[in-house]
Write a protein that binds this ligand. Structure first.
Ligand SMILES: *[C@@H]1O[C@H](CO)[C@@H](O)[C@H](O)[C@H]1NC(C)=O
Ligand SMILES: *[C@@H]1O[C@H](CO)[C@@H](O)[C@H](O)[C@H]1NC(C)=O
Ligand SMILES: *[C@@H]1O[C@H](CO)[C@@H](O)[C@H](O)[C@H]1NC(C)=O
Ligand SMILES: *[C@@H]1O[C@H](CO)[C@@H](O)[C@H](O)[C@H]1NC(C)=O
Ligand SMILES: *[C@@H]1O[C@H](CO)[C@@H](O)[C@H](O)[C@H]1NC(C)=O
Ligand SMILES: *[C@@H]1O[C@H](CO)[C@@H](O)[C@H](O)[C@H]1NC(C)=O
Length: 488
């Protein structure tokens, strides 16, 4: 290493650590603080009181190898029986809201509202009433991965009828719970669901994923129109988009373009139709081009009609974002034409340097500075929408109580969020830490723990114990500030 490069390194390390001090400004008074969970991950009671099976009940029972530790969420944290304990903990934390999801097959076991499971409805009515009586706003996700198995037996999301199935389900939710719920989230992480989640083993890469995303988009837009136009209800409806920030490896035109292209392919896949109308141009061009060379007579992307474009545009009342980490991206040579694939359509390489701080999950590196860049990108791309961060969190494999790494993660990510608000004028309206408590982390089973509260999964009582990070988060919420010495 030359002396000059050495000096530049020393200087830049000095400069970046100095500029990364924790933001000490108070968050606005109306900033919303919360914690999140989802039905399948915490509830248990998988067949209690008339609940129907979901695709996750089915796959964990029939194919345990799909899950890292071979386990399922038949009981999990048993929140179906312990929701009052959960709410008491939320009260202690002092959160303004709780983001949870309704299990579709718990309320509609066959998927359709001609067969309502009243005990399931009562469970959510009680949960919502208990939250309200404790001054905690419910933020309700309608679809968080647990599709009724009956609908999967009809091809699930890729069936064009899914749009109508979801319309019926969402109308049922709005009518049944809508008087007491003012924030609705239609679908959680459609990108993950269609490309790397459950459906990655069921759907064909480069084909069904485009159909899946289109149906989620139209299902969301239909729910939004039902809520505002048919039912004329007064709350807000959004869809939860997710991914990483994608940092260009260098400042070369190629890598900058690769970064922007990745953002458009992932965030823009539905963000563009929702805010600007239609899929991103770069995505349409690339998928159409490769489809043609592969011998398809039309683009695999399933172009939206002008009616569909108009129908979906403007149907997101706030930008709900789940984000945990950052990846580096660089341009790579065009993949040879062959079997279709979404990643070949995207055509970049992304990776996470091995010296980034790791966690209990391979894909989750601690990269707080990516948060500010992501928020700024969303602001500039979609004309400064109100942003609710619906998920952000740290996983370890132990569930340890002295979780200083999680505490630092919360502090550093929130610091960059506060920076984005202060220096970039990003309109962040709230933050929901994922997760309130340790739970079943999908294919990782119980090997990854995100909670600020520990759950003892070997204890029949599923005893909950607060971790260190929960005390820090409580203090942050109380002071609206990340440090002891705050500035207004
Ligand atoms: C500080 O932030 C910069 C970018 O904002 C980032 O490149 C650097 O890695 C950060 N340093 C630390 C120690 O987090
Ligand atoms: C799920 O259930 C259906 C019947 O409803 C069955 O045909 C299928 O094989 C099951 N397993 C998986 C992994 O989907
Ligand atoms: C790219 O340019 C930006 C702004 O000039 C600079 O902050 C950043 O360090 C550069 N990145 C690389 C990898 O050189
Ligand atoms: C279409 O793809 C081919 C090879 O994959 C590439 O050479 C060409 O530039 C592409 N055209 C456009 C318009 O992107
Ligand atoms: C395009 O191909 C599909 C099958 O891949 C076929 O059903 C359809 O008729 C074709 N359309 C035209 C216009 O050739
Ligand atoms: C979890 O619960 C089991 C059964 O009650 C108990 O034996 C064990 O000590 C508990 N673990 C911890 C860490 O408290």
């Amino acid at each position: 290493m030359s002396l000059l490069i050495f000096l530049v390194l020393i200087l830049s390390i000095g400069a970046s650590s100095a500029s990364n001090a924790t933001n000490n400004k108070r968050f606005p008074e109306n900033f919303l603080w919360g914690c999140g969970t989802s039905a399948y991950q915490i509830e248990g009671g998988w067949n209690a009181d008339g609940k129907g099976p979901s695709i996750w009940d089915n796959i964990t029972h029939e194919n345990p190898n799909f899950i890292k530790d071979g386990k399922n969420a038949d009981v999990s944290a048993d929140s179906y029986h312990k929701y009052e304990v959960d709410i008491a903990m939320l009260k202690e934390l002092g959160v303004n809201f709780y983001r949870f999801s309704i299990s579709w097959p718990r309320v509609l076991p066959t998927g359709f509202p001609d067969n309502v499971n009243q005990p399931g409805v009562l469970y959510y009515k009680n949960l919502i009433a208990e939250l309200r009586s404790n001054g905690i706003e419910p933020v309700v996700t309608m679809y968080h991965n647990d599709l009724p198995q009956t609908l999967q037996d009809r091809d699930g999301i890729k069936n064009p009828d899914f749009v109508d199935w979801f319309a019926q389900y969402s109308r049922f939710c709005f009518q049944t719970f809508g008087d007491d719920v003012h924030y609705w989230l239609t679908i959680n992480e459609p990108y993950v669901a269609c490309t790397i989640g459950f459906y990655s083993v069921v759907y064909v890469d480069g084909i069904d994923d485009y159909v899946c995303m289109k149906n989620f988009l139209l299902a969301h837009a239909t729910a939004w129109h039902i809520y505002h136009e048919e039912l004329k209800m007064k709350g807000k409806v959004g869809i939860v988009l997710n991914s990483n920030w994608f940092e260009p490896e260098t400042n070369s035109t190629e890598d900058l373009e690769a970064s922007e292209r990745t953002m458009q392919f992932i965030w823009g896949w539905l963000g563009h139709p929702l805010y600007k109308g239609d899929y991103p141009e770069i995505m349409k061009i690339r998928v159409a081009n490769r489809s043609k060379l592969e011998g398809y007579n039309q683009s695999r992307i399933q172009e939206l009609t002008s009616e569909e474009i108009a129908f979906a545009k403007g149907t997101n009342d706030f930008f709900a974002a789940n984000t945990y980490t950052t990846s580096m991206v660089k341009r790579i040579p065009e993949a040879p034409i062959g079997t279709p694939s979404h990643n070949k359509d995207l055509g970049v390489e992304s990776y996470q340097p091995s010296n980034w701080q790791s966690t209990g999950l391979d894909w989750l590196k601690v990269v707080p500075w990516g948060m500010r860049k992501l928020l700024k990108w969303i602001k500039n791309e979609y004309s400064n929408p109100p942003i609710l961060i619906t998920e952000n969190g740290y996983a370890d494999s132990t569930g340890e109580l002295e979780d200083t790494s999680r505490m630092n993660y919360i502090r550093d990510y929130l610091s960059y969020i506060r920076d984005a608000m202060e220096y970039d004028g990003v309109n962040v309206i709230g933050y929901s830490y994922w997760s309130l408590m340790d739970n079943f982390e999908w294919v990782s089973g119980y090997t990854a723990k995100f909670g600020v509260i520990n759950v003892n999964f070997t204890d029949p009582e599923r005893t909950r114990t607060r971790k260190l990070s929960s005390y820090y988060y409580e203090k942050v919420i109380r002071n609206r500030c990340l440090v002891d010495d705050c500035q207004d």
